[in-house]
Design a protein around this ligand. Sequence first.
Ligand code: GRF
Length: 187
Amino acid sequence: MKRILVLASGTGSLAQEIFDADFSGEGAEVVALICDRPDAQVLQRAEVRHIESYTIPMLPDRAQWNLELETLIAALRPTLVVSAGFMRILPEAITSRFRIINSHPALLPLFPGAHAVRDALNAGATETGTTIHWVDAGVDTGEVIAQEKVEILAGDTEESLHERIKIVERGLIVATIRMVLAHLESQ
Ligand code: GRF
């Protein structure tokens, strides 16, 4: 069986879509969630779906946190790691060791970073979208796998635009996981 590991930090609406998807056709299943925030709603979503979850709160010593995260990921033996709203930059030791994809709410290379939706609005863009990409040690710099556009409407706020982007992200992340899994061997 191919093993999918989800990383998420917040509300978890993307993670929910992954938890709800049936990957048996790909010979895969979601084995666990790792979250860095003990109060994140995504932890309840995992519990409801009976998906094992692990919380690793950030430590004063970032190197120690990196090591804890790497050790935990290794123990979970993922075929594919999916960063779905995980708001931490992963260190090179992790990005080079595991196959990791990330969903980003903009059309990379435009608007990388933590405020992609706001940045697109502030730039006066007329369209933005979502990108699924391989994760490397940079900030949203890894190779692009799939993208989908979202129109920016007059009167859009960061919240309204982000909600429309997230609808597209949910579909694209699941479709991309299916596509990527077809090319990966189980461990
Ligand atoms: C998504 O837009 C993701 O791309 C971004 O954070 C959002 C996560 O939303 N990094 P949710 O917590 O899954 O609802």
